[in-house]
Design a protein around this ligand. Sequence first.
Ligand SMILES: C[S@@+](CC[C@H](N)C(=O)[O-])C[C@H]1O[C@@H](n2cnc3c(N)ncnc32)[C@H](O)[C@@H]1O
Length: 280
Amino acid sequence: MLSDLRNSADYPLRQWFRWQRPGLKFRNEPKSDLYDHLPQPARQFAQETAARLLDEYRLSDLYHASTAENYRENLFYLEMLEQALHTASPTLPPAIAAADIGPSSWFYVHALHAALKWWQCSAGREVALTGCEADAFRVYLDFHSRFDHARAHLRGLTGARYLPRRFEPLPATFDLITLLFPFVFLKEHLAWGLPARLFSPVQLLADAWHSLKPGGLLVIVNQGEAEHRAQRDLLQSAAIHPLAAYRHESTLFQYDLPRWVLVVVKDDEPRVFAAKSGRR
Ligand SMILES: C[S@@+](CC[C@H](N)C(=O)[O-])C[C@H]1O[C@@H](n2cnc3c(N)ncnc32)[C@H](O)[C@@H]1O
């Protein structure tokens, strides 16, 4: 309750103040030893996967202007998105409209953009990618806001925009929507600085669903099995049946909690999204 009181005071202040500072640039670091910490044969597998992703998804701009950690994390996200796309095998249009809900600082925007542009399309698709972040003006230790970081990560990408506001439904607008680590439990929502009154995982799912075109793809990733199960329950309550649900195993980046993926294709059936607490 204390954290809710604090968040309820701090969050509106951040929204009002909209902290921004220009000039943020990320230093480039060498990428030659990205996977030297891994034992064989995982090391060789990671190196080969990284080389393939760099080539197939034209990541050279990011390769030459990122920290080693950020680059490795982009590789992880890209591999995860690629696998989700392979699983669903959608026919993506030559001009794709996509939304990413809750991108934080969008440290992985290059991976997402590259997946949309180059997945099974050697000529490259035209990408219109929108990221909507509810808490864009949180200030990091370097005195730059998430918004500053997102702007810096976006440098050099065309067709991607970062909107510093909560996601609002746009009926049947997007071919693909990503919900990468949405809050399904109140505890994490509060820990990230948001007021309890904004905790609404059912509404967020409903808004994402209504914003997909029929046949559109929803990719949800959760951290840890408990969140994954809770997210599946939310889908089930709305009679949404995932095409695939699996734990994403990877050598490209290691997290404390495993990443679980849900891949859903939107059908034409009307849905009722019953309010359910999802609190823990
Ligand atoms: C756990 S973080 C995930 C960040 C990022 N997607 C990632 O892969 O690391 C969830 C993010 O969603 C944002 N968020 C929560 N509710 C939202 C909403 N209704 N609209 C937009 N962003 C939201 C939060 O502020 C937070 O930045």
